[in-house]
Ligand binder design. Structure first.
Ligand code: MLT
Length: 353
């Protein structure tokens, strides 16, 4: 069951409240320079970003989808790993807020010529970007760059570590699908995440965000694709998908991350589908209110059947993409408020985590 939060006032008792009393005032509502992972965020900070995204969901549904909030600022999207939807989503988010957005693709960058990550970071820094969005195949690479540059850094996915904006957009999508207003957490909501949990940054960030918001999370994977001691993250592990689905209200399916596997992790795609796929048959046995999510890209016919992915009312997959732009707009707005000297957001430069 989902309940409304009474307040989001878990910040330091010293923190004063914003005028509406919902969050600590000004920059204390989100006292971080970077967004490198959900693991750094308190529950009320996650809710703050979700609530900030609401206005952009509304703007993005209008014909004129433009705000001048980031006018004059330069955002660099530095993608060292291939991406279509996340890169496009960040690019659209930056442009809708009026920023100058530049995309750097690793395939055409000096990285291919042997430049080190630190040299690339120093180069991006010297270009005086106002925010850098980074995707990298190595876990921890985004933090490495964040430690070397002077502007906010947003993690667009680092190896199998974190993908924080994906988890935020998933939480926002769930909140909307359940008709929950601002400030709502996901207390008691039963979510089952199934797939390649071991290599999935989406699983990791979602586990952190969903449990922080009070959801009860089951994770399901073949033994070889389940991280050791996953229970320490506050979730229940399963190897039997049908058992993991019992009581689920939301099912989140994940792709097999072949590019991060060395060796054979599953016997065959056919067997994987049979045991761990959200097939039409398995979906048909679920109660009619169960919602389905997938971060994309999907392997149709392996982890999810097309009729399930395209279900007109119970699949949230296209709504996830829509929420993604709004969440990224909120993150870019919030993280650049100090640069833009937004009143209330300038005083605490040295206190930033
Ligand atoms: C990711 O970047 O991790 C994607 O959104 C999910 C995937 O690649 O399977």
């Amino acid at each position: 069951m989902v309940s409304m939060t009474e307040s989001n006032q878990e910040a330091s008792p010293k923190a004063s409240q914003s005028a509406d009393g919902r969050y600590p005032a000004g920059g204390l509502a989100f006292p971080h320079r970077d967004l490198t992972g959900i693991s750094h965020l308190a529950r009320h900070e996650i809710l703050y970003l979700l609530d900030e995204a609401e206005q952009w969901l509304v703007l993005n549904r209008q014909r004129h989808k433009h705000a001048e909030v980031l006018a004059g600022l330069t955002i660099i999207n530095a993608f060292f790993e291939n991406s279509t939807r996340t890169l496009l989503s960040f690019e659209i988010a930056g442009k809708r807020l009026g920023a100058d957005v530049v995309n750097m693709h690793a395939a055409t960058s000096s990285v291919k010529k042997g430049e080190t990550l630190i040299d690339t970071a120093m180069t991006l820094n010297a270009m005086r970007a106002d925010a850098i969005v980074i995707r990298h195949a190595s876990s921890g690479a985004v933090q490495l760059i964040a430690d070397k540059v002077d502007c906010p850094v947003l993690n667009a996915g680092d190896g199998s570590h974190e993908h924080p904006t994906q988890a935020l957009l998933d939480a926002l999508t769930i909140r909307h699908a359940l008709g929950l207003p601002r400030q709502s957490d996901l207390n008691g909501l039963k979510v089952t995440i199934c797939g390649d949990i071991l290599h999935s940054r989406v699983a990791r960030s979602n586990i952190l965000a969903l449990t922080a918001l009070g959801a009860v999370v089951n994770v399901c994977a073949p033994p070889a694709l389940m991280p050791a001691e996953i229970e320490a993250m506050g979730v229940r592990p399963f190897h039997d998908f049908d058992a993991a689905l019992e009581g689920a209200e939301v099912v989140m399916m994940l792709r097999l991350q072949q590019e991060r596997m060395s060796g054979q992790f599953i016997p065959s795609p056919r067997e994987y589908r049979h045991l761990y796929g959200l097939t039409l048959e398995r979906f048909g046995k679920l109660p009619p209110n169960v919602l389905v999510m997938h971060p994309g890209p999907m392997n149709r016919g392996i982890e999810i059947d097309s009729q399930v992915a395209d279900h007109p009312t119970r699949s949230l997959i296209t709504r996830q993409v829509e929420s993604g732009v709004a969440i990224r707009m909120a993150c870019l707005d919030v993280l650049t408020r100090r640069t833009r000297a937004v009143p209330g957001w300038t005083e605490m430069g040295s206190a930033l985590a």
